[in-house]
Design a protein around this ligand. Structure first.
Ligand code: FRU
Length: 498
């Protein structure tokens, strides 16, 4: 066998060539987006959510606070509004209100990521921002997924690591589905979790490193009990209060709702012991969630769409958006709550608020505001103990089409429903969240953007997120009381900045 050695000058010129070819591919991708901009139709564009300027977006990636900005990268296909060879799109914000779109950060440019730069995360080390991502290839129908790093000193331009791929194959506990590195630091060492699965059970694999480059396999951090999915994608593990929380996005289950586990992490043996499992959001359009690194608060974003569903905005040359930023906290019962960030109050414009309580009489319907804007925040508190109605319904009744979105609460069972079946375009559905046990009050905080709805019940005890594609831009929120009266304790409503 003959071996060839490159001297350091040769190596450097090869590296420069690679960086140049990556840069050219990024420029080409940016040019494709620029060219598509005039063709993007406004019809379903959101007003206060992050979405691609044009073409396809899926998972949030590389969420990190770095040099005064919250950086948000995302899975992006800059050449069409369908999923394709994945790039990393990039935007940043200082306040989650104003977003700045930045040049595309990563493009497939090497053998090891030839078919896509798949999802991953970011950490800050000293002055540098390191992105970890999965290099994806399909050769003769076989998946080859490896773990890679790219580094930036300005938060905009990324250089892929010469030593990539840093993890070249899956361990025997995993399978070829081996992806979505989430990296963090704990007691002076670096840790990485990866999503995978084995024998029909999704799992999370743990790695450890001292220098972010050489990674040693520790073992299976957590796995499905056999009913929780065949492959786990986009794992995220972090401390919250005195517990640890694991988030995963499952494949191989009917609804693919993001699951969270609250439990304890034992770093000595590399095992997470779950104690409580819950659903992070009950809506159809909430997936591949990730939390930020480098922040005091545990902030998260999710992809506000879903696999294998119709996305009507594709015909307008864009697809995909991210949820509102939400903060995760543990409540006194040890369950996870997700709340919209307080920063979002800056979006509020004209308001109507009803300070005193009022009653909606039996079998009556009452309009709540005259704002008529389909871009709004509505906060409603019901006094359940002084309401006799069996059901309460909040309807967003669109005025120029006969479409409706219904939010229904069953007082006896504590079940909350979002019903999008009376919207004519897009995926109709009925989504249920259980609020247990039915309490004295029901608090609903609802964010409606042009083509999205996010419902936060009882301060984030349950959330339901969905994309909706009504034809009309004006809506009147109305409440209905069935079989009895409803006491509304307070009502506030704002139209939000566009
Ligand atoms: C999750 C996911 C990830 C993968 C990415 C590809 O939505 O399937 O596992 O890295 O999307 O775009």
């Amino acid at each position: 066998m003959t071996m060839t050695y490159k001297n350091s000058n040769q190596q450097t010129s090869l590296d420069t060539e690679r960086d140049t070819s990556h840069r050219l591919l990024l420029q080409k991708a940016d040019a494709s987006i620029r060219q598509a901009l005039p063709t993007v139709s406004d019809t379903h564009r959101l007003h206060y959510h992050l979405m691609p300027q044009a073409h396809w977006m899926n998972d949030p990636n590389g969420l990190a606070y770095y040099r005064g900005y919250y950086h948000v990268f995302y899975q992006h296909h800059p050449y069409s509004s369908d999923w394709g060879p994945m790039h990393w799109g990039h935007a940043r914000t200082k306040d989650f209100i104003t977003w700045e779109h930045l040049p595309i950060a990563l493009a497939p440019s090497e053998d090891y990521d030839a078919d896509g730069c798949f999802s991953g995360s970011a950490v800050v080390e000293g002055d540098l921002l390191h992105l970890f991502y999965t290099g994806h290839r399909v050769i003769d129908g076989e998946l080859i997924q490896v773990q890679c790093k790219a580094t930036s000193s300005d938060g905009i331009h990324l250089i892929k690591d010469r030593r990539n791929p840093l993890i070249t194959s899956f361990p025997s506990d995993g399978s070829p589905d081996f992806r979505d590195p989430k990296v963090w630091r704990h007691h002076g060492s670096w840790y990485m979790v990866l999503g995978s699965g084995r024998d029909g059970r999704g799992n999370v694999l743990l790695y450890k490193s001292q220098d972010l480059t050489q990674w040693e396999y520790v073992g299976v951090l957590a796995h499905s009990d056999g009913t929780q999915g065949t492959i786990w994608e986009c794992p995220d593990l972090f401390p919250l209060g005195d517990r640890h929380v694991l988030l995963i996005s499952p494949m191989g289950v009917k609804d693919r709702r993001v699951m969270y586990f609250v439990g304890d992490m034992d770093y000595d043996v590399g095992k997470f012991t779950p104690e409580y499992v819950g659903t992070l959001d009950y809506g159809p359009d909430f997936y591949a969630v990730q939390t930020f690194s480098g922040t005091e608060r545990r902030l998260m974003l999710a992809w506000m769409d879903a696999w294998e569903c119709d996305i009507p905005s594709k015909k307008d040359n864009w697809a995909g958006a991210l949820t509102l930023p939400r903060e995760l906290v543990l409540d006194e019962s040890g369950k996870l709550r997700a709340q919209p960030l307080p920063e979002l109050q800056k979006l509020r414009q004209r308001s109507i608020s009803v300070a005193r309580s009022f009653v909606v009489e039996k079998d009556q319907s009452m309009p709540l505001t005259d704002l008529q804007d389909a871009c709004l925040e509505l906060n409603l508190v019901l006094a359940l103990n002084s309401s006799t109605a069996s059901h309460f319904t909040l309807c967003f009744c669109y005025t120029e089409s006969s479409e409706q979105i219904l939010i229904r609460y069953n007082k006896a069972t504590g079940e909350l429903y979002l019903d999008t079946s009376k919207i004519h375009v897009g995926q109709p559905g009925l989504y249920k969240a259980a609020l247990h046990p039915p309490g004295e009050r029901l608090e609903l905080r609802i964010f409606l953007d042009r083509s999205s709805i996010e419902v936060f019940a009882n301060q984030g005890e349950a959330t339901i997120t969905a994309r909706i594609y009504p034809r009309s831009q004006t809506t009147i929120p109305r409440v209905f009381a069935l079989d009895g009266q409803i006491k509304v304790k307070s009502l506030e409503c704002w139209n939000l900045a566009k």
